[in-house]
Design a protein around this ligand. Structure first.
Ligand code: NAD
Length: 459
């Protein structure tokens, strides 16, 4: 497989040089074909995700296929408008001119995807890259093999390999791909691997988008509606068995309402998954034995308030609440990425600072409060990728909101028009008139220097 990589890339470069991918009608036609292919395979996609980690069908429809279809629908509808040259105001110093931004594709794009939303996080960047007129090599995750296989089938049924191609495999394949020179790399995955990708890309000065992870806090103050908060926190945390990059990683709750929130969370979890969550058809599994073992290791020595039961035959771990892990515990040092929710109490804003400020900027943060002042304070104080007030995860659903991290949680943002922009170089063009040529700028310079000090007014 490694040997074929340079050949595929060369074929993609050749195809790109024909300028076919620059035709808007061609891009739309291809995206429409992809839309139809996904609809035709939607049941098979659900089955693949069920085989990979028992992802419930409703969750696959809601967080994988339908999100991708919505992205495709929007892109097909708006592409003509997005791709049009954009006129901006000219400046007097260039008089007479009209000034434009042209969006042009970079060329050959590499997309590397993770396993946690294995369909959606592979397809959504691909849609943006194709819409912007690039060719794509996509490497889905080696962890969710059934989904990767169906992605490869869909892509090869819609695209010739010189336009878009799936290469399956693990770290070795990923590194063989990174050894090539790409015109853009879009990576979703862990911060650790993100650093490797960035380093490899820098060798060719290849621009990158890095969609990474982190520890996303969920703050609940004493004014919050606890019943609603517990429902929305439990949903966002245990969706996909907690394997969501924007899931609340841990809860910081005001001391006064801590026990009430814990009771409400226990109720919400039981309402959602029943008394024996192992029997619930609505709870996904941990993706593999290694992650299952890692999560159980995190629980060692911790005070479990609820859940904690597990079964290694199918990597089941019950939705679990943990009481006050210390800041130095493994639970609080690493991104959890599983169905474990630490509950930590705070009393003062200093306590909040202690937990949030010392950590890297997270991908998301959530604030449950009825106090405007508190909400404003948190939004002003902390830096994070994005988030929600009085809910979790839902910022992901709006295509007009850029999705991405900051600091160690990522570089760049996508979704909707942002995806098209990510994969487009903005070419700035000034169209200068020829009917007049104002001589002021040419040497020998005759404008008095006191007057030259006012040139700024002409910009
Ligand atoms: P990962 O970083 O282990 O793997 C992601 C991809 O990188 C896979 O395709 C894998 O084959 C490849 N890879 C792994 N090691 C590599 C190496 N040494 N060199 C080159 N390529 C390598 O991530 P994961 O375990 O698949 O996903 C979980 C992580 O992804 C979490 O940290 C999560 O927060 C993050 N994530 C972020 C987003 C986002 O949108 N910001 C979305 C989903 C997941």
């Amino acid at each position: 497989m490694q040997d074929t990589i340079p050949k595929i890339l060369q074929e993609q470069r050749l195809f790109f040089s024909t300028h076919k991918t620059k035709e808007i009608a061609f891009r739309k036609k291809t995206l429409l074909a992809l839309y139809k292919a996904i609809i035709a395979k939607e049941d098979a996609i659900c089955e693949a995700l069920y085989k990979d980690f028992k992802k419930p069908r409703f969750e696959t429809l809601g967080t994988e296929t339908q999100i991708v279809l919505a992205e495709l629908k929007l892109t097909i509808r708006k592409l003509g408008h997005w791709a049009k040259p954009e006129k901006v105001s000219p400046v007097w110093i260039n008089f007479p001119s009209s000034d434009w931004i042209y969006r042009e594709p970079y060329g050959a794009v590499l997309v590397i995807a993770p396993w946690n939303y294995p369909f959606q996080l592979a397809l959504t960047p691909l849609i943006g890259a194709i819409a912007a007129g690039n060719t794509v090599v996509l490497k889905p995750s080696e962890v969710t093999t059934n989904t990767s296989k169906i992605i490869a089938e869909i892509i090869s049924s819609v695209f010739p390999p010189q336009h878009a191609h799936v290469i399956q495999g693990g770290v070795e394949i990923s590194q063989a791909l990174l050894a090539q020179r790409w015109d853009y790399i879009f990576f979703t995955g862990s911060t650790r691997v993100g650093q490797i990708i960035y380093e490899q890309a820098s060798k060719h000065l290849t621009p990158v988008t890095l969609e990474l992870g982190g520890k996303s806090p969920c703050i609940v103050d004493e004014t919050a509606n606890l019943k609603l908060a517990s429902k929305r926190i439990a949903w966002g945390k245990f969706l996909n068995a907690g394997q969501t990059c924007v899931a609340p990683d841990y809860v910081l709750v005001h001391k006064k309402v801590k026990s009430a929130l814990i009771e409400a969370l226990k109720k919400s979890i039981t309402n959602a998954y029943g008394k024996e969550s192992e029997l619930s058809p609505d709870l996904a599994r941990v993706v593999n034995a290694a992650h299952h073992k890692r999560l159980l290791g995190m629980l060692k020595g911790e005070k479990i308030l609820f859940g904690g039961t597990h079964n290694s035959t199918d990597n089941f771990l019950a939705p679990t609440l943990v009481d006050e892990p210390t800041k130095n515990s493994q639970l609080m040092q690493e991104e959890i990425f599983g169905p474990i929710l630490p509950i930590i109490s705070y009393e003062t804003e200093d306590d909040l600072n202690h937990f949030i400020m010392g950590t890297d900027k997270p991908l998301a943060a959530y604030i449950f409060t009825n106090s405007r002042t508190f909400r404003k304070k948190i939004l002003q104080t902390y830096s994070f990728g994005g988030g929600a007030i009085n809910d979790t995860v839902i910022q992901y659903a709006n295509k007009d909101l850029p999705f991405g991290g900051v600091g160690k949680s990522g570089i760049g943002a996508y979704h909707g028009k942002n995806s098209f922009e990510v994969f487009s170089h903005l070419k700035a063009i000034v169209k200068k008139g020829t009917w007049i040529d104002i001589p002021v700028r040419y040497a020998p310079y005759r404008v008095p220097l006191w007057l030259a000090k006012h040139i700024k007014r002409l910009f």
